[in-house]
Design a protein around this ligand. Structure first.
Ligand SMILES: [Zn+2]
Ligand SMILES: [Zn+2]
Length: 324
């Protein structure tokens, strides 16, 4: 067991979720320009139990259930001082190869982090806390928009991020939520979770109801990064509406720029999260956002190959967790 230094805690990991970026590292050694230079431990969606504390940390915290915030900013660079800590130029993000050497992730028995990164979790079952990180991503994405109350919302791409966006949009009082995907089981789950409409975007004309007359959606949350889904989101959004781009693939993706111009769309990117992590932990613990239907498998680390292939199969899984 690693020893926590001053101001740090050692967390015994209980559950950790497999994310799209873990799959990119696993399958392709990275994404965009980011390439793994050496072996590293993946995973940034972890939760567990505090096993030991370093000096300066209240020993009462030993035994506490926590969600691990994978992001640690330096607090001194220009971006940090401007309050944009997610753009920290010295960011340490667990399970990420953006730094060299990389920051090891949470797919391991013990993780040492600062006491502030281990957020107390008071929910009924610990496994749900593994979804705090992706939920924080969605809360941050929706913070790019001026509220969703009474809005017509489109979510393109119904993986874990799309599904969490649906839960957040419902919680935020959206009037009508449409979902698009190409997986029948994803669309079924969308309906179960309260989507008003779920469309198979691979069927020609499936989105006509959304796209006629220049689009009828106030806010599109684009979670797939697939060029055709980006085009759907832009086409379905009404003039002066907002498209939030959350999904991310390669560096170059085509998009119908003309519609952004002629409809004066707000096209916003959304990257990771800041303060939303703490809010995500509370929303999950109180089950105001009930993430339980998203957890489809729990596998041991010994079953890692199976876990990674399940996580790639969208007809069989939504969120796959490692259970330690
Ligand atoms: Zn993630
Ligand atoms: Zn910084």
């Amino acid at each position: 067991m690693p020893h926590p230094g001053p101001g740090e805690v050692c967390v015994r990991v209980s559950y950790a979720g497999i994310c799209g970026s873990d799959l990119h590292y696993f399958l392709h050694g990275g994404f965009g320009k980011i390439r793994m230079q050496e072996p590293m431990v993946l995973g940034h969606e972890g939760c567990g139990i505090i096993q030991a504390v370093g000096s300066g940390v209240d020993s009462d915290r030993i035994g506490q259930w926590v969600a691990v915030n994978p992001s640690l900013s330096c607090r001194v660079c220009d971006e940090c001082r401007a309050g944009r800590v997610r753009f920290c130029t010295s960011m340490c993000f667990m399970g990420s190869a953006t730094r060299n050497p990389p920051v090891e992730g949470v797919f391991r028995q013990h993780v040492v982090c600062t006491a502030a990164q281990a957020l107390p979790y008071t929910g009924e079952t610990l496994e749900e806390a593994a979804l705090a990180e992706p939920l924080a991503v969605c809360l941050h994405a929706i913070s790019q928009v001026n509220g969703l109350n009474d809005k017509r919302v489109l979510i393109t791409g119904f993986g874990p991020i799309g599904a969490l966006c649906l839960l957040v949009a419902r919680h935020a009082g959206a009037a009508h939520i449409s979902v698009t995907d190409v997986s029948a089981s994803a669309l079924d789950l969308a309906r179960q979770l309260g989507a008003n409409a779920a469309y198979d975007s691979s069927v020609p004309g499936a989105l006509d109801a959304l796209t006629e007359e220049g689009g009828c959606v106030d806010v599109s949350l684009e979670c797939s990064a697939h060029p055709s889904a980006i085009a759907d989101a832009i086409t379905a959004t009404r003039p002066c509406g907002t498209v939030v781009q959350i999904g991310m693939l390669g560096l170059e993706t085509t998009a119908p720029l003309t519609h952004i111009v002629t409809k004066e769309l707000n096209f916003r990117g959304s990257f990771r999260f800041d303060v939303e992590f703490e809010e995500a932990v509370k929303l999950i613990a109180s089950r105001k956002i009930d993430v339980r239907p998203l957890i489809t498998q729990r596998l041991s680390l010994a079953e890692a190959d199976k876990a990674f292939s399940l996580a790639q199969d969208r007809n069989q899984s939504m969120k796959v967790l490692f259970k330690f």
